[in-house]
Every structure is written in structure tokens, then in C-alpha cells.
Design a protein around this ligand. Structure first.
Ligand SMILES: C[S@@+](CC[C@H](N)C(=O)[O-])C[C@H]1O[C@@H](n2cnc3c(N)ncnc32)[C@H](O)[C@@H]1O
Length: 473
């Protein structure tokens, strides 16, 4: 595990900043953050790998979203930044996924804003961040289950092409009984909690293989032999989630972040392409004090197909319960969400566009040269992904306050045997916008279920947590 800064925080700068101790210049604050992270690393060598983490904490098990970050790792970084900058209030995650970083921010009382292109991400986020009506949910459990068990209808609620390929008939019938019972619940927050649990049950009872993120049906004989009852699975999973929700409620209660079962701070999620816009209140610039995020490491199709992975669960959920902007357009095909994601639309960049990216990052230019000569057919995809990532960086810089901090967790991958240095390229992009690298933590990825290898892409087993400050006034 290593921690490095860039030349910006050289020894000379450290000494200079030490003299300015009482002035709390932004440079001095950078030094404090870097030092605190170094201290934590030297006190506990596994602090960033966190091998003994508790997966129940932070309501982390409702739905197994791909590439979930480790809440406690994010929390350690956030705690340090917040302790050194107590005035920080508003945090944004433009690739919120299952909202791990925002959930980790809640114990610090931050106002949390998240966006993602995948409706399932919003559903998980909205459920993990409360309100925490645990008592009501516990009381209603029996009623919900008896509604499900007393429903003898064989009408199937999900209507989409090839449903019979992905679900056995008896599985569809049971899932439909759960859907109808959920619809009877009048409170939206409770319905969402049920939906997210149903999503996990759809994932494990469909004919899709759970070993890959891409949709890939099991062999027919295996499907024949499988005898899972969605109702039985739902009953067990729901009980486990209720206990996890209670655990997280207690954690928030202890840190005095709850009022009548709801988070005291602000929580807002948007279904939004982050390369087009980062949402703020009244469209104001300079809005956020902190960014904590983990972007995809390449286009979804060759890395993690978040969209395909979510396609079947979303077919069974009333999308209007997730968000006003969620609708069936995102389920037009199994790859619609993936094509809307970063790098999802392959096109050739023109000369000027390419040169402009080269000027932002020498690492990008170097790797593009290699790709063009060794795997020319794969080069365009990588370029489009990185161009989209740069657009997100541009949008991010519009909405972050001067001297605010950004925590980016990012890993490299290889394409056709060539390593794509996402970490270096992202760093170059951010420096090109006037950002300053404060420090870098390299962490091993343990237990992170990643698509280690598919046809064209390999993901690494380490990733970097890069901490930047937006320079300027
Ligand atoms: C690495 S995951 C985030 C995982 C998250 N940190 C967690 O712990 O669950 C990346 C996320 O970026 C989202 N994404 C991809 N392209 C996007 C875009 N253009 N705008 C917004 N979100 C996007 C994906 O849907 C996915 O949820």
C-alpha cells in the first residue's frame, strides 16, 4: 500500500505550509489531509483493504449491485476531510451506483446528492438513505406475507419480450403475487423497500446466471433442475434486510442524524447522465463542497454491464415508484442503459476533438498510440469512454466550490493486453481543469466481485483513491 502526492506537495511546500499553520491556507489544509491519511495507514496497514469489514452495516446487502465500494473505506477518507474542513455541507456522487459513498457520508451529517443513469441505482440509494420506518415494516411483515400467500391468481404482472426465456412459469407466477402485494402498501418509502428486496429475488430466481454481469441464460437442464421459490426467498431476504435497516438506523441514531426516523440532512437523487449535467439547486455553479465517487473503468459493454444486470429486476418493479424520470424507455432493449452510459455510443472522434484530448493528457495520447497500432479495432471504444469521462470532469468543475475536495476511486484495466492507465488519465484531466492532487491511496481490491476477464477487457486487482482540490478562487 503506498501513498504519494505530486510534486505540488513537495518537502519545500510542506515546510512553507507549516509556517502558515495558523493561516489555514488551502495548501496547508492539503498537507493536513495528506498527513492524516499517512498516519492512519501507518497505524493500520489494512485500513484501506478492510478485509474484516461487516457487510451488514450500512444496509449494504439489500441488492448486490456490481462493483460496490466498501463503506468503511470511503467513510475513513470522508471523516478525515470533514474533520479538517468542518464547514463542508454538500456532497455529490455523480456515479452513485448503490449509494455507498453517500451512505458513508450520512454519519457526518452531510447533505447528500447523487445521480446515476441506472434507475435501479436510484431505487437502492433511496432505500438505503431512509426514511427508516423499521417498526412499521416489522409490523406489516406478516400482513404482506399473508397477502402474498393468499393470492391464488396466476396472472403474470411483467410483460416483456422473451420473459419465458428468463423466468420459469411458476417463478413468474410467484413474483407476480409479490408484486401485487407490494402495490397494496400505501407508503412510498415502504414500497421502495419492498421493491429493492424483490429486485434481489428476481436476480437470484431468474434463469440468468448469477456468475456473470452480462445476461446469459443457464443451460436448459440446469433450469429444469432448479427449484427456487421466489416467495420463500423473499420472506427470508426481507427479514434479513429489515434487520440490516435497523442496524443502520441505530448507527445514524447514535450519531444524532435522525429525526422521527428520517435523516436530518438533505438527500436528493437524480436519474441523470453525468456527462451532460450535474444537477444543483437553482442551477447554481460552485454548489458542492465535496465529491466522493467511483466512475466505471471503461464502457459498460466491455467492463461491467450495470444495465444488463439491472434489466430483469427492473421489469418487475413499478418504475414510477423509483423516480419521476424513470420509464420503460430505459428497458427498450437489454443494452439500452449500457448504451446510455459512459462510452456507450461508439463514434470516431474528429481530428480537433482528439487533439484537444491529447492536450489534456499525455498518458491518454501514449496509450492511444499503442492501441491504434496493436488493437486498432478496440481503440475507438476506449477513446469515446475517456472523452465522456472528461466531459463529466468538466461538468464537475462547474459545480464544485473553489478549494473544495474531490475523492475519486478508480482502477485501470487492460484492453487487448494494453494497460489503460485510467488513474493517470483522470489525474491529467483534473489537473488540466486547475485541480491539484492532494494525495493518492493505492488499495487492493478484496472480495470485490469484478468481471475479471471477458472477451476484450481485464480489470485489475488494485485501485487508487485519488484526492484532489479544486484550485482557484
Ligand atoms: C463503479 S459504479 C459505482 C458503484 C458505487 N460506488 C457503489 O458502491 O455501488 C459506476 C456507476 O456509474 C453509473 N454510470 C455510468 N455511466 C453514467 C453516466 N453517464 N451518468 C451517470 N451515471 C453513470 C453506472 O450506472 C454505475 O452505477
Amino acid at each position: 500500500m503506498t501513498i504519494t502526492g505530486n510534486s505540488y506537495i513537495s518537502r519545500a511546500n510542506v515546510n512553507l505550509s507549516l509556517k502558515a499553520q495558523n493561516k489555514r491556507t488551502p495548501e496547508y489544509v492539503d498537507v493536513l489531509i495528506k498527513r492524516r491519511i499517512e498516519r492512519l495507514t501507518s497505524e493500520n496497514s489494512t485500513v484501506w483493504t478492510s478485509p474484516d469489514r461487516n457487510r451488514r452495516e450500512y444496509a449494504h446487502r439489500f441488492f448486490q449491485y456490481p462493483a460496490m465500494m466498501v463503506p468503511i473505506v470511503q467513510k475513513n477518507v470522508i471523516d478525515i476531510i470533514k474533520q479538517i474542513n468542518p464547514t463542508i455541507q454538500k456532497v455529490i456522487d455523480p456515479f452513485m451506483g448503490s449509494a455507498t459513498s453517500l451512505v458513508a457520508c450520512m454519519q457526518n451529517g452531510l447533505n447528500c446528492y447523487g445521480q446515476d443513469i441506472n434507475p435501479l441505482s436510484l431505487l437502492i440509494g433511496k432505500t438505503r438513505t431512509g426514511p427508516y420506518y423499521v417498526k412499521a415494516i416489522r409490523e406489516k411483515y406478516k400482513e404482506l406475507i399473508s397477502d402474498i400467500e393468499n393470492d391464488k391468481s396466476r396472472v403474470i404482472e411483467a410483460k416483456f419480450k422473451s420473459r419465458n426465456k428468463w423466468f420459469k412459469n411458476n417463478v413468474s407466477i410467484e413474483l407476480s403475487r409479490i408484486v401485487r402485494a407490494i402495490r397494496q402498501e400505501p407508503r412510498l418509502a415502504i414500497r421502495r423497500f419492498y421493491w429493492v428486496n424483490l429486485a434481489e429475488i428476481v436476480r437470484i430466481t431468474s434463469n440468468d446466471r448469477t456468475s456473470t454481469f452480462k445476461m446469459h441464460a443457464r443451460a436448459l437442464d440446469e433450469i429444469e433442475k432448479r427449484n427456487l421459490s421466489p416467495i420463500v426467498e423473499f420472506k427470508t431476504h426481507l427479514l434479513q434486510s429489515i434487520e440490516d435497516l435497523e442496524l443502520y438506523r441505530q448507527l445514524l441514531l447514535k450519531s444524532n442524524q435522525l429525526s422521527k426516523g428520517s435523516y436530518k440532512g438533505e438527500i436528493q437523487f437524480s436519474l441523470q447522465d453525468s456527462s451532460k449535467k450535474i444537477i444543483t439547486r437553482n442551477n447554481s455553479n460552485n454548489f458542492y463542497d465535496l465529491l466522493v465517487t467511483s466512475p466505471p473503468y471503461g464502457d459498460n459493454k466491455t467492463t461491467v454491464t450495470y444495465g444488463q444486470y439491472s434489466y430483469l429486476p427492473l421489469q418487475w418493479i413499478d418504475l414510477c415508484d423509483i423516480d419521476i424520470k424513470a420509464n420503460n424507455d430505459s428497458l427498450r432493449t437489454t443494452s439500452e442503459i449500457d448504451s446510455r452510459s459512459l462510452g456507450g455510443k461508439v463514434k470516431k472522434l474528429n481530428f480537433d476533438e482528439l487533439n484537444s484530448l491529447y492536450n489534456k493528457s499525455q498518458s491518454f495520447k501514449d496509450v492511444h498510440e499503442k492501441l491504434k497500432s496493436i488493437v486498432p479495432d478496440k481503440a475507438d471504444k476506449v477513446v469515446v469512454f475517456l472523452k465522456d469521462l472528461f466531459q463529466v470532469v468538466e461538468k464537475v468543475f462547474e459545480v464544485m466550490k473553489p478549494n473544495s475536495y474531490q475523492v475519486w476511486t478508480i482502477g485501470n484495466r487492460t484492453v487487448g493486453g494494453i494497460e489503460i492507465p485510467n488513474n493517470e488519465i483522470l489525474k491529467d484531466f483534473i489537473l488540466s481543469k486547475g485541480g491539484i492532487l492532494v494525495t493518492k491511496i493505492e488499495r487492493e481490491i478484496i472480495n470485490k466481485r469484478m468481471a475479471k476477464k471477458n472477451n476484450s477487457s481485464v480489470l485489475m486487482t488494485t485501485e487508487d483513491i485519488l484526492i484532489f482540490r479544486k484550485g482557484g478562487k
